[in-house]
Write a protein that binds this ligand. Sequence first.
Ligand SMILES: NC(=O)c1ccc[n+]([C@@H]2O[C@H](COP(=O)([O-])OP(=O)(O)OC[C@H]3O[C@@H](n4cnc5c(N)ncnc54)[C@H](O)[C@@H]3O)[C@@H](O)[C@H]2O)c1
Length: 360
Amino acid sequence: MKTKLLTAHFGKRSYDLHYGSSIFGLLPEVLEQKGLTGRVLIVSNPIVKDLHGDRLLSALSGRRTSWALIPAGERHKNLDTVSSLYVECATTGIDREGVVIALGGGVVQDITNFVTATFKRGVPFIQVPTTLLAQVDIGIGGCAVDHPLGKSLIGTFYQPRAAILDVECLGSLPESEFINGIAEIINKVAGLGGKIDELKADMPAIVSRDPGKVLGCIMDANRIKIAIIERDETGLSGERLVLDWGHTITYAIEKVTNYEMAHGTALGIGMHGAAILSSELGYMPPKRVELLREVIEMAGLPTHLPAGIEAAKLLLAMRNDAKALRGRPRFILLRDFGEAFLSEPIPDAKIEHVLRRLQQ
Ligand SMILES: NC(=O)c1ccc[n+]([C@@H]2O[C@H](COP(=O)([O-])OP(=O)(O)OC[C@H]3O[C@@H](n4cnc5c(N)ncnc54)[C@H](O)[C@@H]3O)[C@@H](O)[C@H]2O)c1
């Protein structure tokens, strides 16, 4: 498989994203090109280090390299872990000629992005995402860590120097984590990119992890996210809000289930709900909603709420969504696949109706 490239354009902070299989060997050249000749600190967790650490170390042989391992799991994406990583950066001697490499899923990526954005007011970092979700929904310079007051409450914007997306890493992913990532493929490639028919045709190959098809979807999803964030890097124009399509009900489900439900699972239901609402408001024909439901279910994801989740609690959670206006939920709706827009506040009765349909 040949190496492929995308560029995220942010003036002097522009960077390349490299795609392929078994491509850790590109790293020495990338570091050289960026003038990153100092110490290398790899942030990871014990699971990912065991699975892919040796491959990364052998690619970096000849460089002074240290590891900083954080415990696996969302509950460690917090300011205590950030603080412990500042100590690791300081003791390793990371400066602007050094580099911090994030080897892991979204938790490792977000936390490393935040640490490198703030340590010494910014040191270089490179993304090496190892889950399908973290590759598909790669952070284009936006990162956040959790706080007792809320998930992803503390964050900033800081671009990496490069990203290496190696599909070889995905071979070791458990089934549930892989399916989690497919939800974000549907979200970006079909919802925002409009390629629902292509995705439906490719879904059997994606589910069986065909490396070429999976890589194609990762690149398609990244192209879409990069283009949106290039136009609205820090959210000033509001254009990047469309990235929230399918996520309003999803975040509410995650909150109400105390983050016990996997993000991709909740997103299957959330995208279905957003499409139903788009149709109920007269934007999208019901047939298109059915097509989306089919594609979500082909991926092995649910499209309806499990028993025991109360609609009233979901509605309450949606009132605190970042897009809500004075407690009145707004949604990213679809005129069709590839045509997302921010709605006006949606009346409670309409949302309750959609939630009832998701309960059937
Ligand atoms: N900044 C952004 O734009 C952005 C976008 C999407 C998600 N996120 C964040 O990402 C996080 C979710 O990411 P995630 O789903 O990758 O979760 P995660 O980082 O917790 O990884 C899931 C599990 O997979 C394991 N793992 C990682 N790579 C593996 C591999 N190759 N083989 C086997 N196991 C592997 C991890 O150790 C972990 O146990 C959330 O915190 C979310 O907020 C951030």
